[in-house]
Ligand binder design. Structure first.
Ligand SMILES: [Zn+2]
Ligand SMILES: [Zn+2]
Length: 318
């Protein structure tokens, strides 16, 4: 796969230089590894394995944070920051809201760079999360004790999702978007806003009961005086689709008429902006962002890109 190959080439290139000159190669390697994980996250979502997809997206989020924090060279920094926004958008489509967060008492640990048991009083000088001469610094915990588990809304890591016993999670928004994407880099975006929906849709809610907008006020004192009930709204924009209204939760999209194919073997693919409704950041055909990204990377120190790998990459999840 293209990203695995890019990562291993960056690793090989890193070994050929010394000192801080290795850092840009670490950035390329970390970004390429993150994108390989992103491709597998997309494959999980395509097959309806939402929790596995969620966990892979979380790995990508954390990996991209590491790349951005270490001031990767352009264009890796821009690519990582752009992809991080898409990861946040993906995560917002999931129904997971509450997470288990374990609290640990670490009894023994070592710096991954120098092996020292660094403490605030006797620090080793390496900061976890920073890259030193092409090596990422982390704290290796060798002995720990779990103290407690808290329920939190904003966890450090989002793997420990909680599933209510009496309810199923609703992944319909994730499914809706992923069903309409041809490949992991198909351009799409979306926006969470609010809309007022007519009171006639909420007749079963008594005026003295809780407002259906979940404000924790009474219906009569909250939305009843307004033009409608305030409902969370997601508007999706997907390259090759146009927006229309669907349901009460989000604006749906439907396919635009097929344009004539512009690249041999790539039907349903037109890079011209006229196909896209709404402020899409990328209005290229699904496989083109990959190729553009690759060309930008190819101007850096690592050159492994060929157009055939890009085409394969676009189909990597199949
Ligand atoms: Zn150290
Ligand atoms: Zn209300």
């Amino acid at each position: 796969m293209f990203w695995r190959k890019l990562a291993s080439d960056a690793r090989a290139a890193k070994r050929r230089v010394q000192g801080p000159a290795r850092n840009p190669f670490w950035s390329v390697q970390a970004y390429a590894d993150a994108m390989a994980t992103y491709v597998s996250a997309f494959a999980h979502l395509k097959r309806g394995r939402y929790y596995k997809g969620w966990c892979a997206l979380e790995q990508v989020e954390l990996a991209l944070e590491r790349v951005v924090r270490n001031a990767a060279p352009e264009p890796v920094l821009t690519l990582a920051a752009e992809r991080a926004q898409i990861i946040t958008l993906w995560q917002s489509l999931f129904p997971y809201r509450v997470f288990a967060s374990p609290g640990f008492l670490n009894q023994d640990w070592a710096c991954s760079i120098c092996g020292k048991r660094s403490t605030p009083i006797d620090p080793c000088g390496h900061i976890p999360g920073q890259v030193y001469d092409g090596e990422f610094c982390s704290v290796r915990i060798t002995k720990t004790k779990i103290l407690e588990v808290s329920l939190v809304l904003h966890p450090v890591q989002k793997y420990s999702v909680l599933t209510p016993e009496d309810r199923e999670h609703d992944f319909s928004l994730v499914a809706y978007v992923v069903d309409r994407l041809n490949d992991p880099f198909h351009a799409w975006t979306g926006e969470w806003t609010h809309r007022r929906h007519p009171h006639s849709a909420f007749v079963e809610h008594p005026l003295d009961g809780p407002c259906p907008c979940n404000s924790s006020l009474r219906y009569r004192e909250c939305c009843w005086g307004e033009s409608g009930v305030r409902v969370k709204h997601f508007a999706a924009q997907i390259a090759g689709y146009q927006a229309y209204e669907e349901g009460v939760v989000w604006s749906g999209v439907k396919p635009l008429p097929l344009p004539p194919p512009v690249l041999p073997g790539l039907p349903n693919c037109d890079p011209s902006p006229r196909l896209v409704v709404g402020p899409l950041p990328q209005t290229r055909c699904p496989t083109l962002p990959v190729r553009a990204a690759m060309n930008r990377q190819a101007s850096g120190p690592v050159q492994v890109a060929t157009s055939s790998t890009a085409t394969r990459l676009g189909l990597g999840y199949l």
